[in-house]
Write a protein that binds this ligand. Sequence first.
Ligand code: AMP
Length: 185
Amino acid sequence: MKNIVIFGAPGAGKGTQSDFLVEKYNLNHISTGDLLRKEIADQTELGKRIKSIMDSGSLVSDDIVVEMIDNAIAKSDRGMLFDGFPRNIKQAETLDNIMRKHGREITCMVSLDVPREELIRRMLERAKTSGRSDDNEQTIKHRLEEYERQTKPVADYYKQQNKLIAINGLGKIQDIAANIANAIG
Ligand code: AMP
């Protein structure tokens, strides 16, 4: 049973490659962004609290996402794909603890590497059709800053555990998927 973290800056192609990984390894797709957007769409108390934070492109508090992740792991009867989590070192440490508590372990992290100019180009393209309120130029820049400052160090956390698989995120979607599959084995 594989438990994989898909990692990369916003716009790196995590969502696209997640679809492929979920299918290939029969995984539960656990996306904190999707879970949070559902809270907003359902207009829950939590959703009302986090909407302005998400619209600004900042990260919501660790407690909120950690609780969501803990519940999702407890319910999962399959391997899991974590998408959008962990977003900082604290979340990465917490994920290890929660996995241990449930008798599981992260198998590897797949990191998609894409240059900044290409990330911005892709996100502005996606903004035309995504309907996401955080897909606009100002918020995109802030999300990239948050990524650089808080999220990027998470790759080193997995590198130190020999679990980091770095993949070039430029090129054809199928070629990138094939490279990931080869690397995971
Ligand atoms: P995403 O769909 O992964 O790009 O996430 C969209 C937004 O949801 C982010 O800009 C954050 O505001 C919030 N978010 C998603 N995952 C996390 C996380 N693990 N920790 C904190 N905030 C998150």
